[in-house]
Design a protein around this ligand. Sequence first.
Ligand code: GTP
Ligand code: MG
Length: 369
Amino acid sequence: PETISIGDLANRMAERAVDVIKFLMKQGQLLKATDVIDADMAQLIAEEMGHTVRRVAESDVEEGLFDTRESEGELVTRPPVVTIMGHVDHGKTSLLDAIRKTSVVSGEAGGITQHIGAYQVEQNGQKITFIDTPGHAAFTAMRSRGAKSTDIVILVVAADDGVMPQTIEAINHARAAGVPVIVAINKIDKPSADPTRVRTELLQHEVFVESMGGETLDVEVSAKTGQNLDRLLETILLQAEVLDLKADPNRTADGVVIEAKLDKGRGPVATVLVQRGTLRPGDIVVAGSEWGRVRALLNDRGIAMTDAAPSMPVEVLGFQGAPAAGDRFAVVENEARAREIADYRARQKREKAVARQTTARGSLAEMMN
Ligand code: GTP
Ligand code: MG
């Protein structure tokens, strides 16, 4: 059954919680702001306090959001979204740096990636979106999310180190997400490089590369010398062509939050990947239990954009609070709607937390008996 706390009910009526409590007291009921009542009781209180009640069912609130039934207009080819995965230090960020001609690695603490980065590059006039993930064992959730919102996984394996625990983990994430893998055998410039060993080890994990009679594309590369990076990009575009990736740019935008943080100067900043439609400044967005009006869209080089088309990663400024990584986002028609959805989800989240606490207390009580 639907429930609501006295505090939340007060909020929704734009009344102070103390006034609601006083009102209930006059009726002979002693309740605290944190006490939870059911929807019928809440309606009764609201009406008695002179408010009009509109009960919103879950289906009403979520309806239309992320609705895949919404008719798509003309589908246009979109850039592939490519997630770079692999064991720690195998050269994922270096590879991306070499492709983008930047140096993100040099700015990382201890040379270890601790967050997800999203970039777009152009090869022969065709765009490719890259998502960099950390290889450190601690960041499984980020890798799992990375694999879920991508079209292709680049599995980076250092030729001098071979298949390692997070290489295997990455293979499993890609498999679970049903995403094709391209193997990049990196550090081929090293004297100790042994690409054949890498291929044989991959075989043991049922990744069959082309040269061993399989179907998985593989490229020997060096982030250090730049060897074969063109071939890697061409292989990605080839794979993308096979996947025939399309999206409708002329609809309200939606997509996924790649990461979000609270920036001291700029407030909540969310890096999102637009998956359908076109996102623009001024749009009202909801992501999880947060919402906001897009104040600015910044590309991966910090340049303000007037729009973000499908497959484009952008930083969104203007959220009221930082959404959670992995949350889906969608543009809605107005602020009232955004608030309604965000409030509803926040309430659901709190209620789930309370339910969990109650269960935990319950089982503790059972243990004491
Ligand atoms: P995490 O994000 O922490 O998992 O690491 P990563 O996979 O992003 O590796 P990163 O790019 O930080 O590179 C790790 C080390 O390998 C750095 O010292 C790089 O300079 C070095 N390295 C990366 N690619 C190559 C390469 O192709 N050749 C050689 N010789 N060294 C490389
Ligand atoms: Mg890295």
